[in-house]
Design a protein around this ligand. Structure first.
Ligand SMILES: Nc1ncnc2c1ncn2[C@@H]1O[C@H](COP(=O)(O)OP(=O)(O)O)[C@@H](O)[C@H]1O
Ligand SMILES: CC(=O)N[C@@H](CCC(=O)OP(=O)(O)O)C(=O)O
Length: 296
């Protein structure tokens, strides 16, 4: 027998989505899909369904993916040692070849394939394609705690976006294709650079004046000192939380990316748990915003 209350609840959920669909109609939403959030094949299918549903609803999603754990596993297999400095992978010539192979080859095509299997139209690119992103070499310094002397750290082929050429992405979006982007780019010197996926996503969201940037990670959002979720933060509050040591490690570049994107005109940035099934849909098309929303 038909369960009427259940049907009404389902209809209610669909109706609830209407104002959200209207709000994001024809708007660009950049989704950063981190290596930790990729998890198992069922989670990857959920993610692809979300992207296809957003396409169908008139949203223009742009996916930027990471793959840190997957790069680490391949480097291990090949017997290449890898270390991080300030949250960035020190990248020599051999490492950058593996990074490009894993990100722009394997993971990129896997995501495009899963979106296609769900009925979407995706195209896999990296920063090199159509000179979409021109990288510059990252330089970092560390301060020795004993001597207080600054030391220059050479991270090798680690880059950050110097320029984003949006013409390629505009053409792809005009053709109603969803770009799936690997964070690898070429520098003015012709070398290939490995770019942190959060940083890459922030630059794309800024250049495309995205309505939203979603950073999918492996925690519910920004947590306070008692590990409780902070649902909303201003840029100023973020800076205070970094200064007082509440925000540390990998969350620092993530929040800095959010601040950069907001300064570039992105309306709102959300850090959320990509392991929650259908995290993107819940965030964009329901009243139950998940994660931490950061605003100017
Ligand atoms: N205040 C905080 N709130 C939430 N996570 C934090 C905080 N400070 C540090 N972190 C750490 O940041 C991590 C997320 O960054 P990262 O590991 O770089 O993610 P991803 O691989 O998804 O890019 C969390 O797993 C957590 O260990
Ligand atoms: C320079 C640098 O650190 N690049 C990252 C790129 C991948 C990435 O950022 O992936 P996640 O989002 O899964 O962490 C790396 O080599 O791991």
């Amino acid at each position: 027998m038909t369960d009427l209350p259940d049907i009404f609840t389902r209809a209610e959920i669909l109706v609830q989505a209407l104002p959200h669909m209207q709000r994001y109609d024809q708007e660009i939403v950049v989704v950063k899909y981190g290596g930790h959030a990729m998890g198992d094949p069922a989670a990857a299918e959920d993610f692809a369904e979300d992207i296809v549903l957003l396409e169908q609803a008139g949203v223009k999603p742009i996916v930027v993916h990471g793959g840190g754990p997957q790069i680490g596993a391949m480097l291990d297999k090949l017997g290449i040692k890898s270390e991080f400095a300030n949250g960035l992978r020190v990248t020599d010539k051999a490492t950058v070849e593996v990074v490009e192979m894993v990100l722009a080859g394997s993971i990129n095509k896997q995501i495009v394939g899963t979106i296609s299997a769900e009925g979407g139209k995706a195209i896999g690119l990296c920063g090199k394609d159509g000179s979409m992103v021109i990288a510059r070499k990252v330089t970092r310094t560390t301060v020795d705690p004993d001597s207080n002397i600054e030391r220059h750290v050479d991270l090798g082929f680690v880059g950050e976006p110097e320029r984003v050429n949006r013409a390629v992405l505009d053409a792809v979006l005009a053709a109603e294709l969803t770009p799936v982007l690997a964070p690898v780019a070429v520098g003015e010197d012709g070398a290939t650079y490995n770019i942190n996926a959060d940083t890459f996503a922030g630059a794309i969201a800024g250049a495309m004046r995205a309505k939203r940037l979603l950073l999918l990670t492996d925690v519910p959002g920004v947590l306070d000192k008692d590990k409780r979720l902070l649902p909303e933060l201003t840029v100023e509050q973020c800076r205070e939380l970094i200064a007082d040591g509440t925000i540390t490690a990998g969350m620092i570049p993530k929040v800095e990316t959010c601040i950069y994107a907001l300064e570039q005109g992105v309306e709102g940035v959300v850090i959320l748990d990509g392991k929650v099934p259908h995290a993107c849909l819940l965030e964009l098309l329901t009243d139950h915003g998940a994660g931490t929303l950061i605003r100017r």
